[in-house]
Design a binder for this molecule. Structure first.
Ligand SMILES: NC(=O)c1ccc[n+]([C@@H]2O[C@H](COP(=O)([O-])OP(=O)(O)OC[C@H]3O[C@@H](n4cnc5c(N)ncnc54)[C@H](OP(=O)(O)O)[C@@H]3O)[C@@H](O)[C@H]2O)c1
Length: 316
């Protein structure tokens, strides 16, 4: 109640008076500039000026330069699912280094190997296959946000179940339970989290990044049918959300990794590397994390509804 009262007093778009503030990096300063007051009329002469509406909100580039001291001390907030290892872990580390405060979700309690500040307190232990957990997660996040603003939601948690002896699960050997678990974790929970936290994302003019997969666009020798279908559907969901949320200032994009060096890989991946990846190597989780960071910050301010391939050219 107290937090809600404070937020109403302050109004939307104000910097968070946070528990842990930190100085901002140049990239972040540019990102934040987009959330400062804008001019109502367009001052730019352009051959297309007549096509702009009177409410055109183009930002005068000279007013808030990168690293402007006016920006002060600001913390930004992100919720990332599947942070306990792999791509999620690398992503949290990168955002932390750039002064973001990160809330995480995974089935396991937070690992002691995660050394970032407040890692333990900001972790929510939940199983995304259980869709009843979504409201609890959203409630926790809302409780932590000092000004009701969530700047990024990264839907990264994913599962790729295997059959006996790690065999590929095709249509014929995927049962109802496999389908429901994979779809709930890889797809439906993403939509429901975005729905629950939409007001917080709107207040921050935030961004959503969904982690899809190369398996969503071509048959993969190890990823199963339910996994591939869930990732293709997540790409469609990304477009849908970009279309629906764009008018509210929330951008939604996807990152489609190829073969990234994490525990999700199957034995035999070397074969794909040698014959299917023009760059002839696995990707590093940090290389995916950098693209996620790009999609959640001002550097990508006009990118909405895109799916970026991070796969060394595997899709070509
Ligand atoms: N690595 C690749 O080559 C590759 C390629 C294409 C796409 N991707 C996608 O990239 C994302 C991250 O993959 P990764 O390689 O980093 O995988 P990973 O190493 O297996 O990590 C998966 C993460 O998701 C969490 N998770 C799994 N099931 C969950 C559930 N039911 N509820 C909550 N959290 C859950 C895991 O934590 P807990 O086990 O503690 O729950 C873990 O933190 C996934 O969406 C994956 O499909 C990866």
């Amino acid at each position: 109640m107290e937090r809600e009262r404070k937020r109403k007093q302050q109004g939307p778009g104000r910097p968070a008076s946070s528990r842990a503030t930190a100085s901002i990096s140049p990239t972040d300063a540019l990102f934040l500039s987009s959330r400062l007051p804008r001019h109502n009329s367009c001052r730019f002469a352009s051959p297309h000026a007549e096509r702009r509406s009177p409410q055109c909100k183009r930002l005068p580039a000279t007013i808030y330069p990168i690293g402007n001291a006016q920006m002060g001390q600001v913390t930004r907030y992100m919720l990332l699912t599947g942070a306990s290892r792999g791509i999620g872990h690398a992503t949290v580390k990168l955002f932390q280094e750039n002064n973001w405060e990160v809330f995480t979700v995974s089935r396991r309690p937070f690992s002691d190997s995660c050394k970032w500040p407040a890692a333990r307190e900001a972790h929510i232990q939940a199983d995304l296959a259980d869709l009843d957990s979504i409201e609890r997660i959203a409630l926790e996040v809302r409780r932590w946000l000092p000004d009701g603003q969530l700047h990024a939601l990264v839907n990264n948690a994913g599962i790729s179940p295997k059959g006996e002896n790690r065999s590929r699960l095709g249509v014929l050997n995927s049962d109802f339970r496999t389908w429901m678990t994979v779809l709930n974790v890889n797809l439906v929970s993403n939509a429901l989290l975005a729905r629950s936290l939409f007001p917080e994302l709107v207040r921050a003019k935030g961004a959503i990044a969904n982690v899809t997969s190369i398996a969503g666009v071509k048959v993969h020798p190890f990823a199963g049918t339910a996994y591939a279908a869930s990732k293709a559907a997540l790409a469609a969901l990304t477009r849908e959300m970009a279309h629906e949320f764009g008018p509210e200032g929330v951008r939604v994009n996807a990152i489609a990794p190829g073969e990234i060096d994490t525990s999700i890989l199957s034995p035999g991946t070397e074969e794909i590397v040698d014959h299917g990846i023009p760059m002839r190597r696995l990707g590093d989780p940090a290389e995916v994390a950098r693209v996620i960071y790009f999609l959640c910050t001002e550097a990508s301010s006009y990118i909405n509804g895109a799916e970026l391939h991070v796969n060394g050219g595997q899709h070509v």
